[in-house]
Write a protein that binds this ligand. Structure first.
Ligand SMILES: [Zn+2]
Length: 242
C-alpha cells in the first residue's frame, strides 16, 4: 500500500494547487478590477470554482496517480512553484495557464502503452466529471449572481455565464471539457503527447469524442477552433518527433 499513501506534504501541495488554480480562474473571469472592486463577492465566487474546477484538476491528477500505482509505479503529486506563480500572473491578463503541478511517476518498467493509458486516465476523469455536472444541471441547478460577471456579455453564454449569472454545474461541465481538451494537445509534457506516442488511433478516438461532447455541451464552434489547433499540433509533433 506504500504507493497509494498521500503524506502530509503531498496533501499540502495538493491543497495549495487546488486553491491556486481556482483563484487564477476567478481572476480570469472577474478581472483584477472585479476582484478588488467586489472583494466579498469575489471570495464567494471561489467556492463554485473550487467545487467544479479545483475538483476537476485534482481528480484528474489522482486518476494518473491511481492508474500508475495500478501498474506498479510510484506516483506522487508535486506542486511546481514557478508554474503556480506564472499561472497567477497570467490570470491577471485573462489567460489560464493551468499548470500548478503534476503527478510524477517513478518506475523503470512502465511501457509506452501503460504510459499512454496512465495519461488518458486524467482527461477521461474530466469527461466523467463533466457528465456528472450535466446531470446536476438538470436535477439540482445552482445559479449565482456576481456583479463582476455582468461585463462579460453574451460570449460566455455557452460556458454557463450570462447577464451576471453563473450556472454553476453547466460552467463546471464546460470547464472540465476544456481541461480535457487542453491536456490532450499532443505536445510534451501534456497528456496528449503520451497518448499520441502510444497510439495515434486512441488519441484520435479520444479527441474526436471530446470534440463531440464539447460541441453538444458548449457550442458546435468549438470543433473548428480546437480541431484545427489539435491537428496542427499533431502534424508538428509527427514532423518533429516522428
Ligand atoms: Zn494530466
Amino acid at each position: 500500500m506504500y504507493g497509494i499513501y498521500i503524506d502530509k506534504d503531498e496533501a499540502l501541495q495538493i491543497a495549495i494547487s487546488v486553491f491556486s488554480i481556482s483563484l487564477a480562474l476567478g481572476i480570469v473571469f472577474a478581472g483584477v478590477d472585479g476582484m478588488l472592486g467586489y472583494p466579498r463577492e469575489f471570495l464567494l465566487f471561489l467556492a463554485p470554482l473550487v467545487v467544479t474546477v479545483g475538483s476537476g484538476f485534482i481528480l484528474h491528477e489522482m486518476a494518473h496517480k491511481l492508474v500508475a500505482i495500478y501498474y506498479g509505479a510510484q506516483a506522487r503529486f508535486r506542486m511546481w512553484t514557478q508554474g503556480l506563480l506564472f499561472m497567477l500572473a497570467t490570470s491577471a491578463f485573462g489567460i489560464l495557464f493551468a499548470a500548478p503541478g503534476a503527478v510524477y511517476i517513478y518506475s523503470n518498467t512502465i511501457s509506452r502503452r501503460q504510459n499512454g493509458i496512465i495519461s488518458l486516465a486524467g482527461p477521461a476523469l474530466n469527461i466523467a466529471l463533466a457528465f456528472f455536472f450535466i446531470i446536476l444541471q438538470f436535477v439540482a441547478p445552482i445559479n449565482q449572481f456576481f456583479s463582476f460577471l455582468l461585463i462579460l456579455g453574451a460570449d460566455f453564454g455557452p460556458y454557463g455565464i450570462g447577464a451576471g449569472i453563473l450556472q454553476v454545474w453547466r460552467f463546471g461541465a464546460a470547464m472540465n471539457i476544456m481541461l480535457a481538451l487542453f491536456n490532450m494537445i499532443p505536445a510534451f509534457p501534456l497528456d496528449g503527447s503520451k497518448v499520441f506516442a502510444w497510439s495515434m488511433p486512441a488519441w484520435i478516438a479520444a479527441v474526436g469524442f471530446l470534440l463531440l461532447v464539447g460541441a453538444a455541451v458548449i457550442s458546435p464552434g468549438i470543433v473548428i477552433g480546437w480541431g484545427i489547433m489539435l491537428v496542427i499540433f499533431g502534424v508538428l509533433s509527427k514532423l518533429l518527433f516522428g
